[in-house]
Design a binder for this molecule. Structure first.
Ligand code: ATP
Length: 320
């Protein structure tokens, strides 16, 4: 069935929202509620998801993936029902919007799926903003951020963008003023890692070592200092990701990717979030371009990006 059948008069709001790299990620012990507290510096990077939300006369929510997606999505599992984070975002917006209609969401995927860069979260953030505009919900950014936090720990950051410190589950965000740019190369894997499994693996590794992790309370101030100054060399010395060893345990190939990146001139590399995307820090945009090119010669999927970039933003609003 054509999801847009009988749609007139329809309107499409198109929003883009960034993926993220965790420049630092400290993970606390397993809490009684099954979650982990974190302390993390989030950096929004110039790899964007796009969601086009079109009002439909037929009630309900439908989701499709745009053929414009730059990812090779063959064999990748992206649910198109209520298990899709964008679907859930639209459903939550419909609940609080007086003038909600049916809506079709077309998602352009560019952020690696299950890659540790919050791609699904970016889709959810974009959808919140698109539906807010489509249905004139009139919610404040704060109200949207509350709904975002209910959808997932990484959703509020994609809405906010820029650079931020995340505490709690990562959703208690304090924006950090960073004007300087840092340049990275992202290396995507042709497989995904399930975030809960990576956390479970970290718990298992820590248990086996009898290691009692401390509750993370704050981030290392040197990280924000280096980001503010755009000092990639200083930043390269303080990158940290507690999940990295668990990701490597599950996907040992990551060690080679990190090693290859550093051998080809990256200042440092780390697994992004729960992985398996690897983020390699470079000195300049030109260095990022040439490192990405070199990595491609080894058959790796690599793209140069920079951060910080803005959060979810409307790029067009069209009456059809
Ligand atoms: P995070 O870093 O927030 O843990 P991630 O970037 O590692 O997430 P996602 O790409 O957001 O991972 O997707 C993880 C899983 O969620 C996918 O394997 C897929 O089954 C499901 N999913 C739900 N909604 C989406 C979506 N909009 N896009 C991609 N995957 C989605």
């Amino acid at each position: 069935m054509n999801a847009l059948a009988g749609r007139f008069p329809a309107r499409t709001v198109r929003v883009k929202a960034p993926g993220k790299v965790n420049v630092s990620l400290d993970v606390g012990p397993l809490r009684p509620d099954g979650y982990h507290s974190v302390a993390s510096v989030y950096l929004a990077v110039s790899l964007y998801e796009e969601v086009a939300a079109t009002s439909t006369q037929t009630p309900g929510i439908t989701v499709s993936i745009s053929p414009e997606s730059t990812l090779d999505l063959d064999g990748v599992d992206i649910p198109l029902d209520e298990n899709n984070l964008a679907y859930r975002a639209a459903a939550m917006m419909a609940d609080v919007s007086e003038h909600a209609t049916g809506v079709h969401l077309e998602i352009t995927k560019r952020v690696p799926v299950a890659g540790g860069m919050g791609g699904g979260s970016a889709d959810a953030a974009a959808t919140l903003l698109a539906c807010d505009a489509l249905w004139n919900s009139g919610l404040s950014r704060d109200e949207l951020a509350h709904i975002a936090a209910d959808l997932g720990a990484d959703v509020p950051f994609s809405l906010l963008g820029g650079t931020a410190v995340g505490l709690g589950l990562g959703d208690e965000l304090s924006p950090a003023l960073v004007k300087a740019q840092t340049d990275w190369v992202l290396v995507a894997a042709d497989y995904g890692l399930a975030t809960p499994e990576v956390f479970r693996t970290l718990d298992r590794l820590r248990d086996a070592e009898g290691h009692e992790a401390a509750e993370p309370m704050a981030v290392d101030p040197r990280i924000l200092q280096a980001l503010r100054g755009g000092d990639a060399v200083a930043l390269s010395k303080v990158l940290v990701n507690d999940l990295q060893r668990a990701s490597i345990e599950l996907a040992p190939k990551l060690r080679h990717t990190l090693g290859r990146g550093e051998a080809l001139g990256a200042l440092a590399g780390l697994v992004s979030g729960s992985g398996p995307t690897v983020a390699l820090l470079t000195r300049s945009p030109a260095a990022a371009d040439s490192l990405a090119e070199d990595l491609r010669h080894y058959g790796l999927t690599a793209f140069p990006v920079h951060g910080p970039v803005h959060g979810a933003r409307i790029i067009s609003d069209t009456l059809l």
